[in-house]
Design a protein around this ligand. Structure first.
Ligand code: MLT
Length: 404
């Protein structure tokens, strides 16, 4: 009789956003007349930029002709895209990342879940708490997290680095030395971030203790403050301790298109073993590349028109963020984030738990958000709203919340 991967049995409940979707679906079935406003999952609502659409149309036409047809993409991704990434996301910021250190993928979600595969199962991971649930869940599936304690909602072998209002949402170096450190900056869900000099301290720490940093920069396009780094490679020494993951979902609206990339510097070595070589092996074996049409779309985000159009989109969402933050403050909520990220993190009122507030908001205001505890135990008593809705819906949601 075959055996299953028992680690999956350890996972509590379903994936956070699936649980929310089920709850919302049950509510809408029971209340078909209610108009729900969804500010829960961080999914974009604005259409793709014209420069992106044009590039996709052209690429579709190329696929229709034998002379310009493209089959399997190269292992690491098309050079035109990797060169554009190296130039615009790194060289322009003074970071020495070459095109052949970039691995094009179908998004940062899969990269952030898959990257742990190249590390030993005995490694101890450290995560900010709260944080994007994929990091912990993927390590649970791999058998790296020990036992789950339903009371504390923690895993015995995971090092949690609480990020709460008490420490200004800045993770502190853990007492126990981790092997793998996940940093999502600007952070999902708190919408907060740290300065470049604080990030430098993490890089120095990782190099000192021999840890690897998995740096998720999915929200980089939303950074508005000058002292915040746009890439971990702006920090000295990051090439020997960090892998950076990036996404086109949030800066270019590719949540349904799917495109991302991982940077694995050639200088990154565990003893004599090159992590670049390992990830190349893994990529080559398990992934057949993002579609040509999508990679051309990604390239278009770096053209002068593409850049200008994306800047406008980011500004649109950040106007929503400012509107939510201001509106909630006026309504008496304690609010955080929303300056360098499209997420607003609020303290739930009257000691409500995160899920109690979720139900309250859904039932009384017909607004969907995300309960903070879904992102880790230190998220309890907090709640996340996303700025990715339409401006009209954002205003309408706030009106409803203010009336509660
Ligand atoms: C979120 O809502 O946290 C994100 O949309 C999830 C994701 O990007 O996969």
């Amino acid at each position: 009789m075959y055996k299953i991967n028992e680690n999956y049995q350890k996972l509590p409940g379903s994936y956070l956003f699936s649980t929310i979707a089920k709850k919302v679906s049950a509510f809408t079935t029971a209340n078909p007349d209610k108009k729900i406003i969804r500010l829960g999952i961080g999914d974009v609502t604005q259409p793709l930029a014209p420069a992106v659409i044009e590039a996709m149309h052209q690429a579709v036409d190329e696929m229709g002709k034998a002379e310009t047809f493209h089959g399997y993409a190269p292992d690491l991704g098309y050079e035109f895209l990797r060169k554009a990434i190296a130039e615009h996301d790194y060289k322009s910021r003074g970071c020495e990342i070459s095109a052949d250190e970039i691995f094009v993928s179908d998004g940062a979600k899969s990269d952030s879940a898959n990257i742990q595969e190249i590390f030993g199962v005995e490694n101890k991971i450290a995560v900010c708490d709260p944080v994007y649930p994929v990091y912990v869940d993927s390590n649970v599936m791999a058998g790296r997290t020990g036992e789950y304690n339903p009371k504390t909602e923690t895993w015995s072998k995971v090092i949690y680095m609480p990020c709460t209002m008490e420490n200004d949402f800045v993770p502190e170096f853990p007492k126990e030395t981790p092997d793998m450190i996940y940093l999502c900056l600007p952070n999902n869900p708190t919408g907060t971030t740290i300065t470049k000099s604080q990030l430098q301290e993490w890089v120095d720490y990782a190099n000192k203790v021999g840890a690897i940093i998995i740096y998720d920069g999915a929200y980089e396009a939303y950074i508005s403050e000058a002292e915040v780094a746009h890439s971990i490679y702006e920090c000295d020494g990051a090439q020997t301790c960090a892998i950076e993951l990036k996404s086109f979902s949030k800066n270019a609206g590719f949540t349904g298109v799917r495109l991302g990339y991982a940077v694995v510097p050639k200088a990154l070595k565990c003893g004599e073993v090159s992590l670049h070589g390992m990830w190349a092996r893994r990529h080559g074996t398990k992934f057949n590349g993002a579609p040509y049409i999508v990679q051309r779309a990604g390239e278009a985000t770096y053209s002068p028109e593409g850049k200008a159009q994306l800047k406008e989109q980011v500004a649109y969402y950040m106007k929503n963020a400012a509107t939510i933050k201001q509106g909630l403050k006026e309504a008496g909520y304690m609010v955080f984030g929303g300056v360098n990220a499209p997420y607003i993190w609020l303290k739930t009122p009257e000691k409500m738990t995160s899920w109690e507030f979720f139900d309250y908001l859904l039932e009384q205001a017909n607004v969907v958000g995300t309960p903070g505890s879904g992102f880790g135990p230190s998220g309890e008593g907090y709640f996340r709203l996303t700025a990715f809705g339409s401006y009209e819906n954002t205003l309408a949601a706030l009106e409803r919340i203010k009336k509660l």
